[in-house]
Design a protein around this ligand. Structure first.
Ligand code: C2E
Ligand code: CA
Ligand code: CA
Ligand code: CA
Length: 279
């Protein structure tokens, strides 16, 4: 806001104020949402490239605000991260995800995994491990069926404590996936510090694949690199048959995207299971 001349700085300040007011209101509304449980969890299936069966789901949060309606996570998660509200929200997500998936395990789908997004702020919480253990114990959820999705950006920061925590999480039997793989600025070499179980190739590489040979080559090399390190590969944002076929040919094991299903409530997800997994 240091531009010289005219009325520009004043306008800029006014805009800033407007923005921070918005943010303050959002923070306040989030506080209310946490207290009154205005969140819900949707489930987006992950599908096996080989069999078409559903292997699990990614849990995706929605906020059903009384006046604003459904607020998308891209709108409130960044604010929740900044204020620290992501910590109680994230705990709610984990517990709900365990309870929901436990029902499906008992319905006759014990193979299903649940992927939960973990924000950097959550990984920085000193008692994350204790809380994870307590929640797993309370719900009886098998840690082998839990996958935590963390972003590449987080790994690059490379803080000892956080890396230590990741190692402990892996030792508990929980899987780690690198979300939005390819969008950060890390080199493949950075993967060595804490080896994840899986990479999740970002939609921004998947969508242009069928028209852009260069992008397709990048996806192919990501998959090869992952496999040479014995890591699994899941691709997100698959919307067309063509994208699906290309990924199958490239050896990508799991797929997720609107082609298969949008994120849906638990009962819809259960219905899809009866169709795709046939039980
Ligand atoms: P993400 O983790 O990369 O999740 C994938 C996003 O892509 C989801 O958006 C999903 O609905 C959308 N998506 C899936 N398939 C397709 C497709 O074929 N086409 C298109 N156009 N989009 C597709 P959503 O649910 O709006 O979530 C946005 C982001 O919010 C997530 O990105 C994640 O970073 C964050 N988020 C969502 N739930 C949580 C949560 O419980 N905790 C945290 N920390 N973050 C969350
Ligand atoms: Ca994710
Ligand atoms: Ca993602
Ligand atoms: Ca993404």
């Amino acid at each position: 806001a240091k531009e010289k001349g005219g009325h520009q700085p004043a306008v800029y300040t006014a805009m800033l104020d407007r923005k921070s007011l918005d943010r303050l209101q959002l923070e306040h509304a989030l506080h209310h949402a946490i207290a009154h449980n205005e969140f819900m969890l949707l489930f987006q299936p992950k599908v096996s490239s080989a069999t078409g069966a559903i292997t699990g789901a990614e849990a995706l949060i929605r906020w059903n605000h009384t006046e604003r309606g459904i607020v998308p996570p891209d709108r409130f998660i960044p604010v929740a991260e900044e204020t620290g509200q992501i910590v109680p929200i994230g705990e709610w997500v984990l517990e709900q995800a365990f309870l929901a998936m436990d029902q499906l395990h008992k319905l006759g789908y014990p193979e299903l995994t649940i992927a939960v997004n973990l924000s950097p702020r959550q990984l920085e919480e000193p008692d994350l491990i204790e809380k994870l253990k307590a929640m797993l114990e309370k719900t009886g959820f098998p840690p082998e069926k839990l996958e935590l999705e963390i972003t590449e950006a987080f790994l690059i920061r490379d803080e000892d404590q956080a890396m230590q925590r990741l190692t402990t999480i892996k030792d508990m039997g929980i899987s780690i996936a690198i979300d939005d793989f390819g969008t950060g600025y890390s080199s493949f070499g950075q993967l060595h510090r804490v080896l994840p179980d899986r990479i999740k190739i970002d939609k921004s590489f998947v969508s242009p694949m069928s028209t852009d040979a260069g992008k397709a080559a990048i996806v192919q090399s990501m998959i090869q690199m992952a496999h040479s390190l014995s890591l699994g590969v899941v691709a997100e944002g698959i919307e067309t048959e063509e994208e699906m076929k290309l990924l199958q040919q490239m050896g990508c094991e799991e797929m997720q995207g609107y082609l298969f299903s949008r994120p849906v409530p638990l009962d819809d997800f259960a219905k899809q299971l009866t169709v795709r997994n046939g039980k």
